[in-house]
Write a protein of this length. Structure first.
Length: 227
C-alpha cells in the first residue's frame, strides 16, 4: 500500500504526538513542525501530500502559512485546518487564505483520517475518471486507454501511471522525488528505474510524432505540456 506524507503544523506537543502516532498507524508518514519557520523550511525541502495546519502558532497564524503557500510558493498542496476556532468568520477567513477543509477541535481521529484520505485522493486525481487531454494526447482512466492523434498507445502499468501523473499536473513541473514517491511510495526502486521508464515513455508518446510533449526542465524535473 502506497504511503502518503503529511506535514502537521501544531504547537501543542501532546496533541501533535498523539495525532502523529494515530496517523502512522493508518499508514501515513508524518513530519511535525511547531512553528511557521520550521514549517516553511520543511515545505521547501520535501514534497508532501497534505498539510494539517493549526491557526494559533507561536510566530504567526495558519492563515499566514496558507497564504505564503498559495501566493509566494504557488503550491496547490491540500490544506486541512485543525483549530478550536469555530465561528463562521474564522472558517471564511481560512477558505479565503486557501485552505481546502476545516476541522474544529476537539474532533474524532477517525473523521480526520477520512478527510485526509479524501483530500489526497482529490489532489491526485483519483476521484475523477474523466478523460485528460493535452494537445492530441488523450488518457482515459476509466477505460485505461491512451491515444495520440487517433493512434492507440499501449503502456505498461508504471508508465501509464507516470503519464497520468504528468498529465493531471500539467503544466506543473514534477521533481524526481515527487514522481518516485507517487510511483513507488517508500519502496526503493531499482537503480535507474525512473530514467528507464521516462525513456520508454518518450519513445511511445513523443518519438513517432512531430510535437514533443514531455519536457525535462534542467535541475528541476519533468513536465508534460505544449511548448
Amino acid at each position: 500500500m502506497t504511503k502518503h506524507f503529511i506535514l502537521m503544523v501544531e504547537d501543542h506537543y501532546e496533541l501533535a504526538s498523539t495525532l502523529c502516532e494515530f496517523l502512522e498507524e493508518h499508514n501515513f508518514v508524518v513530519d511535525h513542525a511547531r512553528n511557521l519557520d520550521v514549517a516553511r523550511q520543511l515545505l521547501k525541502q520535501h514534497p508532501y501530500h497534505i498539510l494539517l495546519l493549526d491557526i494559533n502558532l507561536p510566530d504567526g497564524t495558519g492563515y499566514d502559512l496558507c497564504e505564503w503557500l498559495r501566493n509566494e510558493q504557488g503550491l496547490d498542496l491540500p490544506v486541512l485546518m485543525l483549530t478550536a476556532r469555530d465561528t463562521l468568520d474564522d472558517k471564511l477567513k481560512g477558505f479565503r487564505a486557501g485552505t481546502d477543509d476545516y476541522l474544529v477541535k476537539p474532533f474524532d481521529f477517525n473523521e480526520l483520517v477520512y478527510r485526509v484520505r479524501a483530500l489526497i485522493k482529490r489532489s491526485l486525481g483519483e476521484v475523477s475518471n474523466s478523460q485528460i487531454k493535452i494537445h492530441d494526447l488523450t488518457l482515459d482512466p476509466a477505460l485505461q486507454q491512451i491515444t495520440r492523434a487517433g493512434q492507440m498507445i499501449d503502456l505498461p502499468p508504471i508508465q501509464f501511471k507516470l503519464l497520468k501523473l504528468l498529465m493531471r499536473n500539467s503544466p506543473k513541473v514534477l521533481t524526481k522525488q515527487e514522481i518516485m514517491l507517487e510511483l513507488w511510495g517508500d519502496e526503493e526502486p531499482e537503480s535507474d528505474a525512473l530514467r528507464s521508464h521516462i525513456y520508454n515513455l518518450r519513445k511511445m508518446v513523443d518519438k513517432p510524432f512531430e510535437q514533443k510533449l514531455i519536457h525535462t526542465v534542467s535541475g528541476v524535473g519533468l513536465k508534460i505540456a505544449v511548448e
